[in-house]
Design a protein around this ligand. Structure first.
Ligand SMILES: Cc1cn([C@H]2C[C@H](O)[C@@H](COP(=O)(O)OP(=O)(O)O[C@H]3O[C@@H](C)C(=O)[C@@H](O)[C@H]3O)O2)c(=O)[nH]c1=O
Length: 185
C-alpha cells in the first residue's frame, strides 16, 4: 500500500495494491492490521455507498458534530470524483484550508479524512459510485453542512452543480461556528 501526504498533513492518500490477472484485479480495500502498521488506528463502524446519476453532482460540505464526529475513508467504486476535505478545527493553523484529490475506479486511491474536517465531492463522470467507511454512526441530530462555494474550493465543474435542497441552503464558512477545536498532536 502506498501512503502519500497531502498539503494538509492530517489528510492522507492511501493506494492499496491491486493484484491484476487475466480476469481483472483483486484489491484489499481496507485491512485494519495493515493500516495499524502504518500508525492508522481509526476504528470504523459504518460503511456508506452512494450513487450519483449525473456528472457535476456535488454532495457537501458535510460534518457530524462531536460527540458523533466521523473520520472517513473514502474511495470511488465506479467512475471518477473530486473529493474534498476542509479543515474546520478552530485554532488550527490551516483552518479553512482545503485539499482536493481525484478518486476514481481507475486510480484506486482512497482519502483518509480525520474528524474536524468538512467532506464533500463532485462527480466527474455520469453514474458515479462512492464508498466510504465512517468511524461513528449516522446521527442526524449532529449532521451539519457548510456551503460548497464558500471555502474557495476550485471545483472541477463543467456545468452548474446538482445539489440537494439541504446543501443549497447551507450557511457559508464565514458564518459558521465550528464545533471542533484543534489540539496539537
Ligand atoms: C449520511 C446518511 C444519510 N442517511 C439518509 C438520510 C437521508 O434520508 C438520505 C440522504 O442523506 P444525505 O442527503 O445527507 O446524503 P449525502 O448528501 O450523500 O450525505 C453524505 O455526503 C457526503 C459528502 C458525506 O461525507 C457523508 O457523511 C454524508 O453527509 O440518507 C442515512 O440513513 N445514513 C447516513 O449515514
Amino acid at each position: 500500500m502506498q501512503i502519500e501526504q497531502t498539503a494538509l498533513s492530517d489528510i492522507l492518500i492511501l493506494t492499496p495494491a491491486r493484484h491484476g490477472d487475466a480476469r481483472g484485479f483483486f484489491c484489499e480495500t481496507w485491512n485494519r492490521e495493515r493500516l495499524a502498521g502504518h500508525g492508522i488506528e481509526t476504528e470504523f463502524v459504518q460503511d456508506n455507498h452512494s450513487f450519483s446519476q449525473a456528472r457535476n453532482t456535488l454532495r457537501g460540505l458535510h460534518f457530524q458534530a462531536p460527540p458523533d464526529a466521523q473520520a472517513k475513508l473514502v474511495r470511488c467504486g465506479r467512475g471518477a470524483l473530486f473529493d474534498v476535505a476542509v479543515d474546520i478545527r478552530k485554532g488550527s493553523p490551516t483552518y479553512g484550508h482545503w485539499v482536493g484529490v481525484e478518486l476514481s475506479f481507475e486510480n484506486g486511491r482512497q482519502l483518509l479524512i480525520p474528524e474536524g474536517f468538512l467532506h464533500g465531492f463532485v462527480t466527474l463522470t455520469d453514474e458515479t459510485e462512492i464508498v466510504y467507511k465512517c468511524s461513528d454512526y449516522y446521527a442526524p441530530q449532529s449532521d451539519g453542512a457548510v456551503r460548497w462555494d464558500s471555502c474557495g474550493i476550485d471545483w472541477p465543474l463543467s456545468d452548474a452543480p446538482v445539489l440537494s435542497t439541504k446543501d443549497s441552503a447551507a450557511p457559508p464558512l464565514a458564518e459558521f461556528d465550528s464545533p471542533f477545536i484543534w489540539t496539537r498532536t
